[in-house]
Design a protein around this ligand. Sequence first.
Ligand code: ATP
Ligand SMILES: Nc1ccn([C@@H]2O[C@H](COP(=O)(O)O)[C@@H](O)[C@H]2O)c(=O)n1
Length: 221
Amino acid sequence: MTAPTPRIIAVDGPAASGKGTLARRLARHFGFAYLDTGLLYRAVGLRLLRAGQDPADEAAAIAAAGTVTPAELGDPALRSEATGQAASAVARIPGVRQALLDLQHRFAVAPADEKGRPTPGAVIDGRDIGTVICPGADVKLFVNASLETRAKRRHKELLDRGEAIIYARVLEDMERRDQQDRNRSVAPMAKAPDAFEIDTTKLDADGAFAAALTFIGSRLD
Ligand SMILES: Nc1ncnc2c1ncn2[C@@H]1O[C@H](COP(=O)(O)OP(=O)(O)OP(=O)(O)O)[C@@H](O)[C@H]1O
Ligand SMILES: Nc1ccn([C@@H]2O[C@H](COP(=O)(O)O)[C@@H](O)[C@H]2O)c(=O)n1
């Protein structure tokens, strides 16, 4: 007997919209594996920063992307603002996206939890999951919030983590990153036509989870 095809929930949206918070909660709720694909691009960006290389250096970025492994995705330095900017720069390079494609597809086809145990489905979050990585996903969500709300959340997060940075800088960086992610020529951040949009500007994490569950309804049966 062949194993059933894993169920896929694709969660896309801009930085600090709350998609990771929602995706992790959905994964726990359904007993699915979870992949934060932003960490893959961050891992590539961080490697270049640590090697003193320019994140726009295509050859160096493609070489780094070819050797990224899930094992390095726990590094706390991945969460810094500088790494986020470097991630957005490498994410524009078609060869980098191509190099990270296989890892994401393998995860979607055979999802497994942190202990390597197979799960009946996966929640995958990023910018192009519903449009490029898993266009046939069972459920597609697009999580959004106003730029100011997202910048406030990210600023608080960075301060809590001990990163000294002013709000105006976070706002400016986030606006630049949004532009770059939306307007790049390959796999731009976009809401899939069949995605359900959740605006978290005035919705807390519990509200976003409830809205997602209502939309998911019987779609995973
Ligand atoms: N609905 C919500 N309301 C208020 N704050 C929220 C909500 N969801 C998440 N947050 C908070 O906002 C911050 C960003 O959330 P989260 O990391 O989930 O965003 P993200 O979209 O995954 O960001 P990134 O793409 O940069 O990883 C976190 O501090 C989180 O606790
Ligand atoms: N599927 C994805 C995921 C991420 N990116 C790029 O990585 C940057 C960092 O992502 P975070 O979710 O951790 O903020 C992001 O700004 C994108 O440029 C991507 O292109 N595709």
